[in-house]
Design a protein. Sequence first.
Length: 383
Amino acid sequence: MKKHLSILGATGSIGTQTIDILSSIDAEVVALTTNRNIKLLEQQARALHPKLCVAFDEAAAKELKTALADTDITVLAGMDGLVAAATHPDCDTVVTAVVGMVGLLPTLAAIDAGKDIALANKETLVCAGQLVMDAARRKGVHILPVDSEHSAIFQCIQACQGNALDKIILTASGGPFFGKTAEQLKMVTREQALQHPNWSMGAKITTDSATMMNKGLELLEAMWLYDLPESQIEIVVHRESIVHSLIEFADGAVLAQLGVPDMRLPIQYALTYPERLPCKVPRLSLAEVGRMTFYAPDNQAFPAMNLARHAARRKGNVGAVLNGANEAAVGRFLSGNLPFWKIPQLVEKAMEQVPYQAQPTLDDILASDRAARQAVASLAAAQ
Ligand code: NAD
Ligand code: MG
């Protein structure tokens, strides 16, 4: 069935890979958004002829409007623009490929407008999983996972035939600092953190992979998507990123989805589900892979996973605090204002400082996010 897409974050790693697979599927683009990469957005707009283009940044939006003045494309800015893209009447599916909790309001607005969501923006579920999943159930829309691990689980679940999952096993590459001790992590640099062994991604998620917070965020994402407690979600380090994740049944049978590490397959499956179409991604050759390795994660050197487990047990506003603090700390690290090893430390302290709320409203979630960012700012300033 033809898809009518709004791509939020079209100029990023997931956004550009989504556009790359459009030639393999039956789809039309209704809206494209960026933060401020208007050069690329203009190129994309001229190639794909959307009805609406959005630059979140107001100054960038002005420039984009001038650049596209010879077309009949509408240009908008800010959160209103993102929400307009997410709820455009001609769109049926929203690809959420923005980075960070800025994706939350447009995702909720899209669900409210009855759009299916191809979800890459995991921060949205980490912050407000309960609100997002409740809204999706109420509206009867699909949340189709793009994250490779969650897509793998989703693909395996197609074989469930109504049987409950006993366990989810999330695979983690281990990132660039696999095998390092907490002491050694005190020496690592920004450049080293941004060298991911298997995946080429945006700077924020690449940093999250280096701290292993990414796997923590994915644990929360899996908990909300598949309704399993954290005690039934295991993390295993798998250096080669060939097994994208696994599920286990009551009888102990384990199913996995395998493939070369390339996001275009999970993106495409989210957009063609339940159908499978030929895909540009190279085929897996197990003989070429040769060996696959698996290790227990090191929770001592990489404490972020335990922080996420704590957030998964407590629920309420704790996910929003964990995420807001992490976004703030990673932002400081990427601008050279915080050493790598302090990222999880500041997140943990912010989680101790921001008061717990068991049943947060959307406003409470937004306030918890702000409080967590403020906590990180004052903790960092005090050091
Ligand atoms: P990226 O940094 O490459 O791209 C982010 C996109 O969002 C860009 O288009 C950017 O212009 C836009 N953006 C950034 N800040 C914004 C703001 N404040 N307002 C509006 N738009 C903004 O990031 P990415 O690697 O593509 O990741 C996007 C999301 O997908 C993240 O949530 C990430 O965790 C998730 N994800 C990415 C990968 C991957 O392989 N890159 C894999 C799994 C999940
Ligand atoms: Mg992932």
